[in-house]
Design a protein around this ligand. Structure first.
Ligand code: UDX
Length: 441
């Protein structure tokens, strides 16, 4: 099939490369010329394991190309995926103006009947608004091509985006006619045949809602276990064992029950806000989601409390922060709890030294006021305390002796619960974790 992907961010670029792998003829379009130039040279513009190889495979097979020219992008398109950003607006809802602009542009540049598929995360009923835009624009321009709207949400995680896209848990699409459903069946036929995947075929608003409900539910799980971690600290229990014990119940399961500094990234914070916003727009008070947000911010507050408990005033103290990315395996800093914490510390007057294995370049660009350390050793040297803020595997190997010998005061706040508390305590460190007070006592 001839597929065009509009917007080559994390979702768009990985999806484009995957469609090409499944045998489709794919064009990636973006209006950012510098991104297109890098991808035409065969290089992804962001870090994602396995993506360069997947892109190279598509380009070598002449099934994947990139362009910044909308006419060229849509010349042969049968199915067009909308993967542009939907950044949050100050009021909590997402900014859908880029999605709308794609709707208008597709009417102008379409050369045949086509299906426009929302892959960007959008609130329920965005499809209806898009149809309106398309109809109006078609009338204005006097074009006669059939353009229908469908929803096909993407569930990939950053850092595992290639794996998640090539081997998803399920495929979901919402359509409004047999014609558009059959087109999406053809797009996913190679994947579904190979993996015998569950496929959810539904209407457009239901598909849109599945995405928001999934992300809001996962964020709720994380906030739930983080709230439990607060209770664990107060009653002297170990949240990791509580989560393990809960997870053996197959109805609960083990994943996304890791307590720590809370969730971040480009999806969970934005989608929780957008879902709450949609709920209030349609007259439902989804107060649970407000709590989910509060608990998430509260985890940072808990780290500051632990630091102040040890150091009294943070002003003038040097604090090492290990990790800047919102999770391991990515250089993405969007809504990173580690970056928020570093800023909270800086606001409290601390001299912050941030280390990250891959995200320091982005940190220098986006948060130039924060101090940086090129190595863990440099971050720890004579610092008054250290906070482990991102659970990078390389930090697991830091020994209690490394902390003790380098820090000015032996204070370690393990905000991602990566260390063995017994070893840390045996070495004489003032060690704190999140919800593991039973061991620390
Ligand atoms: C998420 C969804 O998982 C994915 O399905 C969706 O398409 C996009 O949003 P992503 O933002 O890439 O993916 O990261 P994810 O691995 O889900 O982690 C999100 C945040 O939650 C990270 O900050 C992570 O550290 C945190 N997290 C995750 C926890 O604090 N505890 C957990 O148990 C799991």
């Amino acid at each position: 099939m001839h597929i065009t992907v509009i917007g080559v961010g994390h979702v768009g670029l990985v999806s484009a490369a995957a469609f090409a792998k499944w045998g489709h003829q794919v064009v990636g379009y973006d209006d950012d010329a510098s991104k297109i130039a890098r991808m035409q040279a065969g290089e992804a513009w962001f870090y994602e394991p396995g993506l360069d190889e997947l892109m190279a495979e598509g380009v070598e097979a002449a099934r994947l190309s990139f362009t910044g020219d909308p006419d060229e992008a849509l010349a042969e398109a049968e199915v067009v995926f909308v993967c542009v950003g939907t950044p949050p607006l100050p009021g909590g809802g997402p900014n859908l103006s880029y999605v709308e602009a794609v709707g208008r542009s597709v009417v102008e540049h379409a050369r045949r009947d086509l299906l426009l598929v929302e892959k960007s995360t959008v609130p329920a009923n965005t499809g209806k608004r898009l149809e309106q835009v398309i109809d109006r624009e078609a009338e204005r321009l006097g074009t006669a091509h059939r353009i229908e709207v469908a929803s096909n949400p993407e569930f990939l995680k950053e850092g595992a985006a290639v794996q998640d896209t090539l081997h998803p848990d399920r495929v979901v699409y919402g359509t409004s006619s047999d014609w558009s459903r059959d087109l999406l069946r053809q797009v996913y036929a190679p994947l579904v045949a190979e993996d015998e995947l569950p496929v959810v075929e539904t209407d457009v608003p239901t598909a849109e809602l599945i995405k928001h409900a999934s992300n809001a539910f996962l964020a709720t799980r994380i906030s739930f276990i983080n709230a439990v971690s607060q209770i664990c600290d107060r009653v002297g229990a170990d949240v990791r064992v509580v989560a393990e014990g809960m997870g053996h119940d197959v109805r609960i399961g083990h994943r996304f029950l890791q307590a720590g500094l809370g969730y971040g990234g480009s999806c969970f914070p934005k989608d929780v806000d957008a879902f709450a916003h949609l709920a209030s727009q349609v007259g439902y008070d989804f107060g649970l989601l407000d709590e989910v947000r509060e608990i998430n911010v509260g985890q940072r507050r808990a780290v500051l409390d632990k630091l102040e408990g040890e150091l009294w005033h943070l002003s003038g103290k040097t604090i090492a922060v290990l990790g800047a990315a919102f999770k391991p395996g990515t250089d993405d800093l969007r809504e990173s709890p580690a970056v928020h914490l570093a800023n909270d510390l800086a606001d409290a007057g601390a001299d912050v030294r941030v280390h990250d294995p891959v995200a320091l370049g982005n940190l220098a660009e986006e948060q130039p006021h924060l101090g940086q350390a090129m190595t863990v050793e440099e971050a720890l040297a004579d610092a008054h305390a250290v906070v482990v803020a991102t659970d990078w595997p390389e930090y697991v190997d830091i020994t209690p002796e490394m902390y003790r010998d380098r820090l000015a005061y032996p204070i370690v706040i393990d905000a991602r619960n990566i260390h063995d508390p017994e070893k840390m305590l045996a070495a004489g460190l003032h060690y704190y974790a999140m919800g593991r007070q039973s061991i620390i006592r």
